[in-house]
Structure formats: C-alpha cells, structure tokens
Design a protein around this ligand. Sequence first.
Ligand code: IMP
Length: 178
Amino acid sequence: MKHDIEKVYFTEEMIQNRVKELGAQLSADYKGKNPLLVGVLKGSFIFLADLARQMDIHCEIEFITVSSYGAGTETSGKVTMTKALGSVVENRHVIIVEDILDTGLTLEFLRNYLLDLKPASLKICTMLDKPSRRRVPIKADYVGYECVDAFYVGYGLDYAGNYRNLPYIGSLKPEIYS
Ligand code: IMP
C-alpha cells in the first residue's frame, strides 16, 4: 500500500502532536460542558478515536453518515445522509468532527441539520482544511492542519474505499487513478 504514495504531507508524528494539542484545547474550552462529539463517517473514525483519547473531560460520542463522493476524487455536489443521529442534540454542546473540509458542502448540510435540532452550541473540528476549494462560506473552529489543493489519503481519508488505515496523510501516485 505504501508504494502507492507519492508524497507524505503530514507524518504520523505531526498528526499525533497536533491531535494532542487539539484535545488539550477542547478539554479547556469544554470543561464542565459534557460535549457531544459527532463524527462524520466514515472518514473521521480514526481522528475522532485519537482526539477523544486526548480529551480529559467527560464527553459523549455519536456518528452520522453522509455521502457525497461515490468512488472518485470529486464531490458529486449532492450530500445525502445515510445514518441519522441516535442521540438527543437539543441543549447539548455539539462538536462536529470531520476528516477534511473541502468544498464545505458536507459541513454546510450537517450544520443546518444539527442547528434544526437546537443544540446549546455547535462547533466544527476538522483534521485538514483545504480553504482554496471552498464553494460555500463555512469555517472550522478547530483545525488540525491547513493544506494545499491535493487529493489526500490516509488517517481515515480514502480513495475508492482504500488507504484509510495509513497512519500518515499523503497523496497518491498519478498512475493509481488511471
Ligand atoms: P466537502 O463536502 O467537499 O467539504 O467534502 C468533505 C468530504 O469529502 C470529506 O469528509 C471527505 O470524505 C471527502 N474529501 C474531500 N477531500 C478529500 C481528499 O483530499 N481525500 C479524501 N477525501 C476527501
């Protein structure tokens, strides 16, 4: 699998250091608030698992499933929800945990969905942020790393379902796409 990687952008050590910092920041910001972390499946499952273990406050964890990509590297532009939330959101401090903020369409959809459920507060935490690709004005409150416009795999991010289990984040060799 690692032979398919053209360039490593974020090493395992960089990721773990940054996740530790984010966990400490969230622990301070949400002390006594018992936040509800909402992971966006499937991409956020590794980030959320690491982040939650770097938080030393009570928090609850939920997952939601949305889909906009299919098997390619470009969003279809149409976001659909395939698994809704099981927890009560009303009056909770909710943090959406996402792998990557790209066009923003997914998070805009999710933000509107969750705001309708009347949380006490709603913030966004994303491991990667690709600001140059934004199609809708949406900003994350907590960002692991800003990144340039490329297609990334690893640390939860996939290409056609693969590479999520790489412990670092990189780009694929062009021949993998052809
Ligand atoms: P957005 O709706 O365009 O912001 O895209 C968000 C979703 O697209 C993410 O949760 C990822 O699943 C997927 N995505 C965006 N960019 C990448 C990438 O570089 N690699 C893998 N998946 C990506």
